[in-house]
Design a protein around this ligand. Structure first.
Ligand SMILES: *[C@@H]1O[C@H](CO)[C@@H](O)[C@H](O)[C@H]1NC(C)=O
Length: 196
């Protein structure tokens, strides 16, 4: 009987949401609030928050770190999406028309990876002796906008193809990538206008 009650108690404790989630330290609460508030200004706030909240400890309430983290998360997604499409394009069961679209996507998302890498490296100069030098921000705005254009090119490449599992998988990942890119661009534009 004792064991039974103990088990029930343990189960109810573990399933209680307020107890299952470890309490946040005050600075983390402040940071998650900062991330939530910042994300509201982007076009895809839910994705913005879910992709950045786990980095709260390093973001704290710093706009520059928030922007750089958003870029890093976007780059990781671009690399993953590119690798996924490359794998799919080599699958013998994928139709020829889709293989062609996938190969185009690997190329344009590869460009997008380069543009994001260049942006991250350039953003590393912000805060140094060239603190918010306008040319840095305008270069980064140009490259991240170009990355977004490349991603839409990939989406467009599938327009003429039939509905299929491959198309659904590609769309899901590329649309998520484009939304992450759009959110990162929103933060970059805000930084640029704050320091113009
Ligand atoms: C972003 O990634 C770069 C390169 O991996 C790293 O040096 C930098 O610390 C990261 N920035 C943030 C804010 O996480």
């Amino acid at each position: 009987m004792k064991l039974f009650i103990f088990t029930i108690l343990t189960i109810s404790l573990l399933s209680s949401p307020s107890l299952a989630i470890s309490p946040q330290k005050p600075y983390q609460q402040q940071s998650t609030k900062f991330i939530r508030t910042s994300c509201i200004t982007t076009t895809y706030p839910t994705l913005c928050y879910s992709s950045l909240a786990k980095h709260a400890a390093s973001i704290q309430t710093n706009r520059l770190i928030l922007t750089n983290t958003a870029l890093n998360v976007t780059l990781a997604s671009a690399k993953y999406t590119s690798a996924l499409m490359s794998t799919l394009s080599k699958n013998r069961r994928v139709a020829a028309r889709e293989v062609a679209a996938l190969r185009d996507c690997v190329e344009v998302v590869g460009d997008s990876v380069d543009e994001l890498r260049r942006s991250i490296s350039e953003m590393g100069r912000v805060g140094g002796p060239n603190f918010f030098e306008p040319t840095i921000m305008s270069d980064v705005q140009t490259w991240v906008s170009a990355a977004l254009t490349d991603e839409s090119t990939c989406i467009d490449g599938f327009e003429g193809t039939m509905n299929s599992e491959v198309k659904t998988i590609v769309r899901t990942h590329i649309v998520r990538l484009a939304h992450l890119t759009s959110n990162a661009l929103a933060f970059i534009n805000q930084l640029a206008s704050l320091h113009a």
